[in-house]
Design a protein around this ligand. Structure first.
Ligand SMILES: Nc1ncnc2c1ncn2[C@@H]1O[C@H](COP(=O)(O)OP(=O)(O)O)[C@@H](O)[C@H]1O
Ligand SMILES: [Mg+2]
Length: 369
């Protein structure tokens, strides 16, 4: 069993609040991903769990133990850093053995050999055991760093952007391998990243962090399909969600300027707006894949636009569509439609997939569907 529980956790550095009243429950054997931009407080959170920083306020529990005053060594967590922290002139085997030889754990030789054989096989580094780590590639070094962290079977495995220094192809391979490793090992993983694709593809659950505060915690599907606020909506999804200045006026949603606006019926959204007022400034959030493209006008919320810009991505084209000079948005189209810049076409908004955010608070306004 290895649960991590953070209660009202707060850490300040001078005027900066790196972690701000964080409450979080990570379940036994869960792959939990903390996602946020640079400076959000991700590393500080992991360092607090590891015991490398002391909280100003709040408690850290590993299982039922409050570990605030425990030293890093006795917390029994393993840490993989963004930058490999290997001993360069040691061999891979020596690097892997190192944590087993500490004074705290006097592991018998036979057990060390067996562990290293098992771990190096899982990580596909068994052919590298006698090489000096200084001669390894980035991907190999990171595997050794991961191996060194897991070789002593920690309670919790903390990983701080371990893939961010790898090239794109290797990063993609390692994502799948880490997810697989998590299944094979059955440890609790607490993984932080600024990369939303990593979070969405690897996390059992995701916490979105901004300026030290947790914005939302949920399953990847919840984070993507029911973002609690504009920050979460913007941070997850590529191409980014369209956020269109709009106004609620009675039963209608008016998107864009009043002189030439798109008008949608709010009833078509199959959701209620909390505190619907005569007039309220909001943002309509609609993902590019929730806008369909056609040459003919469609029933429903179908608006005539011109193609302003096109990016071909192979499987799909990203279109920038212009309704008016100040109402331009992105939609996806299959390349077989052979759409060109300047074409005139219809964009149909799938409003039952859209979100409405209060323009002032940036919080989502919809009721559950
Ligand atoms: N040792 C430190 N001294 C002063 N400020 C720090 C220290 N560590 C982190 N910070 C600040 O705390 C905030 C969060 O940092 P960090 O946890 O490293 O964010 P992230 O890992 O999400 O990029 C940042 O504003 C950073 O500058
Ligand atoms: Mg960091």
């Amino acid at each position: 069993m290895a649960e991590v529980k953070l209660v009202e956790l707060t850490k300040k550095f001078g005027d900066i609040t790196a972690v701000n009243v964080m409450n979080l429950d990570i379940k036994d054997r869960e792959f939990f991903v903390l996602l946020g931009p640079t400076g959000a407080g991700k590393t500080t959170t992991l360092r607090l769990v590891a015991g490398l920083e002391k909280p100003d306020v709040g408690d850290i529990f590993l299982d039922t133990n409050k570990v605030n005053s425990w030293s890093p060594a006795v917390r029994d967590v393993a840490f993989v850093f963004q930058y490999y922290t290997l001993y360069p002139h040691y061999t891979v085997r020596q690097n892997l053995e190192f944590p087993l030889k500490s004074n705290l754990r006097k592991t018998p030789r036979a057990e060390i050999d067996k562990k290293i054989a098992d771990i190096s096989k899982i990580l596909h580094i068994d052919h590298l055991l006698d090489r000096q780590t200084v001669n390894l590639s980035g991907g190999e070094m990171q595997r050794v760093a991961i191996g060194r962290a897991i070789v002593r079977t920690p309670k919790v495995f903390l990983m701080d952007e371990p893939l961010s220094n790898l090239d794109a192809k290797l990063r993609e391979e390692m994502r799948a391998e880490l997810a697989r490793l998590h299944i094979d090992l059955g440890f609790t993983f607490f993984y932080v990243t600024h990369d939303q694709v990593e979070a969405m593809t690897m996390g059992d659950r995701i916490g979105v962090l901004n300026e030290g505060s947790l914005m939302q915690v949920g399953y990847p599907d919840e984070i993507y399909n029911r973002p609690k606020n504009m920050f979460v909506a913007k941070f997850v999804g590529s191409p980014m969600v369209n956020l269109l200045e709009s106004e609620i006026a009675g039963e209608k949603l008016i998107i864009g300027r009043r002189e030439k606006a798109m008008e949608c019926s709010l009833n078509a959204m199959q959701c209620k707006i909390v505190g619907r007022s005569k007039s309220k400034n909001v943002f309509l959030g609609i993902r590019p894949e929730d806008i369909t493209i056609s040459r003919e006008k469609q029933p429903g919320n179908s608006f005539k636009c011109s193609v302003y810009f096109k990016q071909s991505m192979g499987v799909e084209d990203i279109l920038n569509l212009k309704f008016t000079d100040d109402l331009i948005f992105k939609a996806l189209a299959p390349p077989r439609l052979s759409i060109d810049v300047g074409d005139s076409l219809y964009a149909t908004f799938l409003m039952d997939r859209a979100h409405i955010f209060d323009a002032e608070t940036e919080e989502r306004l919809e009721m559950p569907k």
